[in-house]
Ligand binder design. Sequence first.
Ligand SMILES: [Zn+2]
Length: 342
Amino acid sequence: MMRLRNCRQRFSLPSPVLPLWVDGIQDWTHDRDAMRHNSTNSSDGDRLRQARIALFFLFSLPILTAFMAAQNQPAVDPSLPPPPHEKQVRLKHILVIGQTKGFEHDSISDGMVAIYNLGHDSGLWDATLRTDVELITKKDLGRNAKNLDYFDALVFVSTTGELDLDDSQKKDMMSFIKEDGKGFVGVHAALDTNYKWPEYGEMIGGWFDQHPWFTFNAPIINEDPTFPAVRHFPSAFIKYDEIYQPKEWSRDKVHVLLSMDPSKLNYANNPRVHRTDHDFAVAWDKMYGKGRVFYSTLGHTEEAWSDPDIRKMYFEAIKWALGMTEGSIAPHPRPQLSGDQH
Ligand SMILES: [Zn+2]
């Protein structure tokens, strides 16, 4: 009854129609009963009744159609997808840059898509994916283009070489991190980028200097299992990846999260090994002014981005850079490894 009343409210009947409709129901009921008793009488009264029955069906059809339609409209079904073009509101906005002016990694698309999906599936961020650096500015670009003021973190996915940034853009990018306290996450070749921009190296923690073992089963140590981005890794593990040797890098200026086990590396006949301390960091975090910075060399291969461990690491790293979680930023001494510990 409640639904019928709602239906009438939505499609209100003109006042002369309602009694006709009610009469029609009565006449139709009467004729149906009469036929059951084999009544064959015909009169003016019968013709009037038949006309009213016809009118009854004529007016009933749209009402019944509307009623049926109303029955088919659920109030709210949360399992249904939203209507097309409905804007999804996410907590944060990140700008993902994949510009390459040097080596081109096949894994850039995999990395960018993974970072997009990690935000989309969690509902924590939306990601703008670009292979140019136009949006790295605080200038108003017009055309509905977003600039750094819109974003909460910047992610460089295997960028290489000297990016197309002019002095104004470089100033805005550093101000975005240092003064605005926004996040920066560098993936793999982000360390092989902007050699002619000293502040970039200072911000990220150093630069690339060869990958002495190319892509191999890297023996990795977890130096801070309390940090959100590496909490899921065991104390020692193997990952098939390309590990960079950092230069102009010091563990005194960063908080090392992952590093290679120096006792398990082969140094023989390897002219690409330049670090005499054999301190090869795999992931670290640091502050740059008010902004949080995370870097890891993991993510060289396309397959790495299907690895739940690597996806989890960057997911948690971006969350941390966005200020959603907490972790240490204090530099610490190199762990003392005994020969049989691993
Ligand atoms: Zn690589």
